[in-house]
Write a protein that binds this ligand. Structure first.
Ligand SMILES: [Zn+2]
Length: 90
């Protein structure tokens, strides 16, 4: 699988570290342990296009959000996890 980092260009996925489902929303810091357990460990693992966090650990070290089809591994979108970073490098 190849990932096109918006800052470094196309690279092999081995330069990246998977960071989990980007659609997960975490509870408030004072939420119950059960809410935190569910947010951290309970996943639905659906097939198809998902938004995922990936860290370019072997490159620019920026966190990215990818839209990736888990069946075909095709990537339809890559953007910085913090969109303000794109504005900083313009
Ligand atoms: Zn990069």
């Amino acid at each position: 699988m190849r990932i096109s980092c918006p800052f470094c260009g196309e690279r092999d996925h081995s330069e990246f570290t998977y960071g989990g489902d980007a659609s997960v929303t975490f509870p408030e810091l004072d939420a119950s342990l059960e809410e935190w357990n569910d947010a951290v460990y309970i996943r639905s693992n659906p097939k198809g296009v998902l938004r995922e966090k990936w860290h370019h650990s072997g490159g620019c070290r920026i966190w990215l959000v990818l839209e990736r089809d888990t069946l075909t591994h095709s990537i339809s979108q890559v953007e910085p996890a913090r969109l303000t970073i794109s504005e900083l490098v313009k």
